[in-house]
Design a protein around this ligand. Structure first.
Ligand SMILES: CC(C)(COP(=O)(O)OP(=O)(O)OC[C@H]1O[C@@H](n2cnc3c(N)ncnc32)[C@H](O)[C@@H]1OP(=O)(O)O)[C@@H](O)C(=O)NCCC(=O)NCCS
Length: 178
């Protein structure tokens, strides 16, 4: 289990324990405002299985804080501008927001993606109007490369920022805190 330098924040591999319950808690209009809205129970079940079965195509985690489930984060393979890269994404439950949980977890996921030793770049594509998620990218040391139109979920195109972290060179090593 990965630990951040803030000792109480950890990444627990996605599992039956806490996974489906966390997806259900995320499935609100507020939590999915930038992600196309709540999903059907069938879609949530599919998502859970997809997270469990990523194999060498990525990894999903539950974020825990003092042993309590605080959110989710992961990385997975995608094709971006003709290149195979890692993509990351995150969510933090409302009662844990605004405490740097997502930024700390993003620093840990950078380490995880680097340790996978498979792709040179980790991207994040928050909607341009998702202030908090863009703040996470900035705090975790990603570089803003520009705007792009992204299709997510299928059939819904919306403006996103393309943030990139160079896993082998380039960006500074992840730091704890501010
Ligand atoms: C995005 C999300 C994960 C952020 O979680 P969090 O743990 O509250 O984030 P952090 O506490 O690490 O803070 C992120 C930074 O963004 C800043 N921020 C927060 N809301 C902001 C806003 N509306 N506008 C600009 N910056 C904002 C924070 O102040 C912080 O920066 P600072 O410490 O320099 O002040 C959380 O809001 C969430 O789960 N949202 C719903 C799901 C989602 O949209 N996921 C992202 C998909 S790309």
């Amino acid at each position: 289990m990965e630990r951040s330098q803030r000792s109480d924040l950890r990444l627990a591999p996605w599992s039956e324990e806490g996974g489906p319950a966390l997806l259900a808690r995320f499935n609100t209009p507020e939590m999915t405002a930038h992600l196309g809205g709540p999903e059907t129970p069938e879609k949530l079940a599919e998502r859970h299985l997809r997270y469990l079965r990523l194999g060498d195509k990525g990894r999903m985690f539950r974020i825990t804080l003092d042993g309590e489930t605080a959110g989710s984060i992961g990385y997975w393979e995608t094709t971006w501008q003709g290149e195979t890269v890692w993509e990351t994404g995150w969510g933090v439950l409302p009662e844990f927001q605004g405490r740097g949980v997502a930024a700390d977890a993003a620093r840990l996921i950078i380490r995880e993606a680097r340790a996978a030793d498979r792709h040179a770049f980790l991207h994040a594509f928050p909607a341009t109007d998702n202030g908090a998620s863009n703040g996470v990218c900035r705090k975790a040391g990603f570089t803003l490369r520009g705007e792009a139109l992204i299709e997510y979920p299928k059939g819904r195109w919306h403006p996103c920022n393309d943030w990139r972290y160079a896993l082998n060179t380039g960006d500074a090593a992840p730091r704890a805190g501010g």
